[in-house]
Write a protein that binds this ligand. Sequence first.
Ligand SMILES: [Zn+2]
Length: 115
Amino acid sequence: MEYNIYAYKCKRCGHVQYPYRTICRNCHENDHNEFDIVPLPKKGKLLTYTILYNPPSDYETPTISLGIVELEDGNRITGQLKIDKPKTGMAVVGRVEIVRNESYNEYRGMVFYKA
Ligand SMILES: [Zn+2]
């Protein structure tokens, strides 16, 4: 099963935004709250990244790479990187995977790979 992360498409102007806001960033309407829920694209470009060397103990890896990716529709999202040598500007593709296990709760998020 393929999972998605969802964005909000303004019914008035068609602008897609993520994360949720009550006001459309494009047409600035704020009294209708009319959005269609659409999946975010998974392809994008790595804008910047960092490596965490001391993640909380429930992450089962010694380091975590986190990146900010500009997706094809212009939205930006933070996600983990499973890329050996990340470079800003490189093409990446995301998958929604389990990123954290906290006792019996599993948290999913976008994980990016080299495209
Ligand atoms: Zn709008």
